[in-house]
Design a protein around this ligand. Structure first.
Ligand code: BGC
Length: 335
């Protein structure tokens, strides 16, 4: 996205004129853009890397354009009520743009209507609001990814491995893949679509499948560890492939499998596929514990959120198809 330096320059000249024309004793005002960001939960590894990128991009533009950009980050601590209050306060304080990583993606209408009334553009990210709500106002944007694509890529990585060497996936050689799914938070678009499409992709390839189990770990490593412990107790080494809706949960499963192997002097190593490409996830691929992941580029998402926010706050028109920007995924495997 190209920003208009000309417009910024004009803005700066106007501001300086105001300062010069204003009385000499008045405190010098500086043009400042204020962007309010509320996160569904700051503890979430993936979301916190998006917010880090938002901040970094703001610094970069500040240095380039010589304009002060304040990015204020708030943590809703997984509480929708708290987040609604945060939004109200940001509106009261007349922030230029709000960026909302909404706790409950089905209830965005009130937030949209409030921002519309105050004429404060709104960018949702990572947690996709429903289509009808997107249509409530033309200054509502969404930045995220194509959830279906991540699921398909997870499936493709297993297909490639299977075609390359069947028994590296179908360890018991029964012509079917015994799989389990570690699901993210229920109701999240990424949970629903990643889960659906990783399996559909294998199915469409005509690969024999047997579902062993699926449980929700709500994106968290510690939850996945508990689930994996339970699965190992129930199924021992039966699961051949674990699809995890994100890397954090895949890492939880890996930790538990390591404990199981040590305790039982085993070398159980199912195929494990994650999503996100977090720092720890990529490390696990390098050291061979994680078979593959789909990179959902948090940095790129953060950069785009900030760029859109900046352009909206300097009054520039933002032309994005249906106001939705999706960053494409990339596959990573350990070769
Ligand atoms: C990521 C998860 C993250 C969730 C938060 C998903 O896109 O894959 O790691 O916890 O977003 O909303």
């Amino acid at each position: 996205m190209k920003r208009s330096k000309g417009k910024v320059l004009i803005n700066l000249i106007l501001i300086n004129m105001v300062i010069l024309v204003g009385c000499s004793s008045v405190k010098r005002e500086e043009k400042e853009i204020r962007i309010g960001v509320t996160l569904y939960n700051q503890e979430d590894i993936f979301v916190s890397s998006i917010s880090k990128a938002i901040k970094e991009k703001a610094k970069e533009i500040e240095e380039e354009d010589g304009i002060r950009i304040v990015v204020d980050l708030l943590d809703a601590k997984a509480n929708m009520f708290e987040q609604s209050n945060q939004v109200e306060n940001l509106i009261k304080q007349k922030y230029d743009v709000l960026c909302v990583n909404i706790v409950d993606r089905t209830v965005s209408a009130t937030i949209i209507d409030k921002c519309k009334k105050a004429n404060i553009p709104l960018i949702f990210f990572n947690r996709e609001i429903v289509e009808d709500d997107m249509k409530r106002w033309d200054k509502v944007y969404y930045v995220g990814t194509q959830a279906k694509e991540a699921g398909e890529m997870q499936g493709e990585m297993v297909i490639d491995k299977y075609k390359n060497n069947k028994s590296s996936v179908d360890k018991n050689r029964d012509g079917k893949i015994q799989y389990a799914i570690l699901e993210g938070e229920q109701g999240h678009q990424d949970t629903t679509l990643r889960t659906e499409y990783c399996i559909k992709t294998l199915y469409n390839e005509g690969i024999g499948l047997e579902k062993v189990d699926s449980e929700t770990g709500a994106w968290r490593q510690t939850n996945a560890q508990v689930i994996m412990k339970e699965w190992l107790g129930k199924y021992e080494e039966k699961i051949e492939v674990i699809f995890s809706n994100n890397d954090e949960m895949a890492l939880g499963a890996i930790t538990e499998i390591e404990t199981f192997n040590k305790k039982n002097k085993k070398n159980y190593k199912p195929v494990i596929i994650g999503v996100d490409g977090t720092e720890e996830g990529l490390k696990a691929i390098k050291n061979g514990n994680l078979t593959g992941t789909v990179i959902s580029d948090a940095k790129e998402q953060g950069i785009n959120i900030l760029e859109i926010a900046y352009e909206l706050s300097i009054g520039k028109e933002v032309n994005i198809d249906k106001n939705i920007l999706r960053i494409t995924h990339k596959k990573v495997v350990n070769d």
